[in-house]
Design a protein around this ligand. Structure first.
Ligand SMILES: Nc1ncnc2c1ncn2[C@@H]1O[C@H](COP(=O)(O)OP(=O)(O)O)[C@@H](O)[C@H]1O
Ligand SMILES: [Mg+2]
Length: 422
C-alpha cells in the first residue's frame, strides 16, 4: 500500500521508518516531512486539506496518518472521510479531547473518569474564589491549544491569581486562554499511555515516560520533551487494569454515546498518586518523543496496526511487541527552548561498531537538507537518538553511544534519560 504521513517531526519520521520496513508498504509520502524523511519517501509541500485529498486520490494513497494535533482539531479527518478516503485520526469533534481542556475535563466528569478536582470558568472572580479554597501548588490551564505552554503550576495563591488574570485577559495566550481550568495539584509520577482506537476496539501500547524539562534531574524550563523510554516498569498489571476499566473503556464508550466515536491515538497523560491512576489530560495523537521509542518496539507490521485502526477492523489485528526496551535521547539546538538557533551543519561519524548499528538509530526532526545533500540543524529539537536493548540500562547505553557520534555547533541533550528507573 501507499501511505501519506502528515507532520514534520521526529514522531512522523519514526512512523515512516516503521512503515519503510514493512513489506506491505510500497511508497511513503510526507507532508511536509523534514530533511531526514526524504530518505524514507517523498516530501510534499502541500498543506491545504482539499489539495492533500486531491493528491491522495491521484496517487493511489491507501492510508493517511496524521501526526500532529493541529490538522486534527482543524478537521482534516472530516474532509478526507467525506471524500471516502481512509485516514487514521479522530474527527474534529472527537479531537476536542485535546483541543479544549474544558471539554476534556467536563467529559471526564460526565463519565466518572478520575481527574484532578477543578473548575472551568471565564470569570476572574470565580477563579479567585476557587483558588482560595485550594492548597498550593495550584494548577492554572488555558482552555485551547498552546503548544505545551498553556499550563502554569503556581507556587502561591498570588501567582495562581496572576496567571488566571493574564490568561483571561487574553494577554498570555490570546483566544486559547479566554476560558481557563483551575485545578488541584497532583503529587505522583507521570506516565504516557497510548491506546490505538478504531471507534470500537483498542490496543494499549507499552507505557512510556517522557522528560519535559530541559536539564538533568528535571531542572530548567519545560520543553516539548527531551527524551523518553518504554516500557516503563513503573506500570504493573494492576495499574493497566485500572486504566482499562476506569479510563479507557468509559472514555471510548462515552465518546460513542455522545456521537463522536474515537478513532486514532488516545494519548492518556496519567499521574499515578499512591497507586491510583488519575488523568491529567488527553491528547489525540502520539507523544513526541514517545512515538520514537514505541515504533521500534512494534514487532507486527506497522501498516496492519494503522490501517486496521483506520478501517474499524482492530478486532482482527494481532499486534505484537518485541520483549525489549527503547530509550530515546533528544538532541536540541543551542538556544532551545528560548529562541531559534542559527543553522548548524550536522556531521555523523561512520559507525563501524556492529552492536551500535544493530541497536541504535536516529529519528530526524528539526533538520533541513542543503542543496549539496548536507544536513543542517534548523529546528529546536533536531533529532532523537534511539537505543534498543534487553534492559533499560542497555538501551540507554546504546542511545548515548549514538549521541557521541553526532556533531553540530551548540548541540545539547540531557544525559540522564530514564534516570527514574535506573
Ligand atoms: N493537576 C496537576 N498536578 C500536577 N501536575 C500537573 C497537573 N496538571 C498538569 N501538570 C503538569 O503540567 C504538564 C502539562 O500539563 P498538561 O495538562 O499535560 O497540558 P499540556 O500538555 O497541554 O501543556 C503535565 O505534563 C504535568 O507535568
Ligand atoms: Mg501534556
Amino acid at each position: 500500500m501507499n501511505v501519506l504521513i502528515l507532520g514534520a517531526g521526529g514522531r512522523e519520521y519514526s512512523i515512516g521508518l516503521a512503515l519503510s520496513k514493512d513489506e506491505n508498504v510500497e511508497k511513503i509520502y510526507f507532508a511536509p516531512g523534514n530533511g531526514g524523511t526524504d530518505t524514507l519517501g517523498e516530501n510534499l509541500s502541500i498543506s491545504d486539506f482539499s489539495e492533500l485529498a486531491d493528491f491522495v486520490e491521484k496517487n493511489a494513497v491507501d492510508l493517511t496518518i496524521v501526526g500532529p494535533e493541529g490538522p486534527l482539531v482543524d478537521g482534516i479527518v472530516d474532509v478526507f472521510e467525506a471524500r471516502g478516503l481512509t485516514i487514521f485520526g479522530p474527527s474534529a469533534k472527537a479531537a476536542q479531547l485535546e483541543g479544549s481542556k474544558i471539554f476534556m475535563k467536563n467529559f471526564l466528569a460526565r463519565h466518572n473518569v478520575p481527574t484532578a478536582k477543578y473548575i472551568e470558568t471565564n470569570s476572574l472572580q470565580d477563579a479567585y474564589t476557587f483558588i482560595e479554597k485550594l492548597d498550593v501548588p495550584i494548577v492554572v490551564k488555558a482552555d485551547g491549544l498552546c503548544g505545551g505552554k498553556g499550563v502554569i503550576i503556581a507556587q502561591s495563591k498570588e501567582e495562581a491569581k496572576k496567571a488566571a488574570g493574564e490568561m483571561l485577559s487574553g494577554n498570555s495566550f490570546g483566544d486559547a486562554g479566554t476560558s481557563i481550568v483551575v485545578e488541584e495539584f497532583l503529587d505522583g509520577y507521570e506516565l504516557s499511555v497510548f491506546a490505538i482506537c478504531d471507534g470500537n476496539d483498542y490496543i494499549v501500547l507499552p507505557a512510556a515516560q517522557d522528560h519535559k524539562r530541559l536539564l538533568n534531574n528535571d531542572k530548567g524550563p519545560n520543553t516539548g520533551g527531551m527524551g523518553a523510554y518504554a516500557p516503563t516498569p513503573l506500570v504493573n498489571d494492576e495499574i493497566y487494569k485500572k486504566l482499562d476499566e476506569r479510563v479507557i473503556v468509559p472514555t471510548l464508550e462515552g465518546m460513542k454515546a455522545e456521537g463522536m466515536p474515537f478513532k486514532g491515538v488516545l494519548f492518556i497523560g496519567v499521574m499515578v498518586v499512591k497507586g491510583e491512576p488519575i488523568i491529567l489530560e488527553y491528547n489525540v495523537r502520539f507523544g513526541d518523543p514517545e512515538c520514537e521509542e514505541l515504533m521500534p518496539l512494534l514487532k507486527s507490521p506497522a501498516s496492519e496496526l494503522f490501517y486496521k485502526a483506520a478501517t474499524a477492523d482492530l478486532k482482527s489485528a494481532k499486534i505484537e511487541f518485541y520483549d525489549k526496551y527503547a530509550v530515546g535521547v533528544v538532541m536540541a539546538s543551542r538556544d532551545y527552548p528560548y529562541k531559534s538557533s542559527a543553522p548548524a551543519e550536522i556531521i555523523i561519524d561512520d559507525i563501524y561498531h556492529e552492536e551500535l548499528n544493530e541497536n541504535a538509530h536516529i529519528s530526524y526532526a528539526g533538520v533541513t537538507r542543503g542543496d549539496e545533500g548536507k544536513l543542517y540543524a534548523t529546528g529546536g529539537r533536531v533529532l532523537v537518538c534511539v537505543g534498543i536493548g534487553d534492559s533499560i540500562k542497555e538501551a540507554q547505553r546504546h542511545a548515548y553511544m549514538l549521541v557521541g557520534q553526532i556533531h553540530y555547533a551548540g548541540k545539547q541533550c540531557r544525559t540522564d534519560i530514564a534516570y527514574q528507573v535506573l
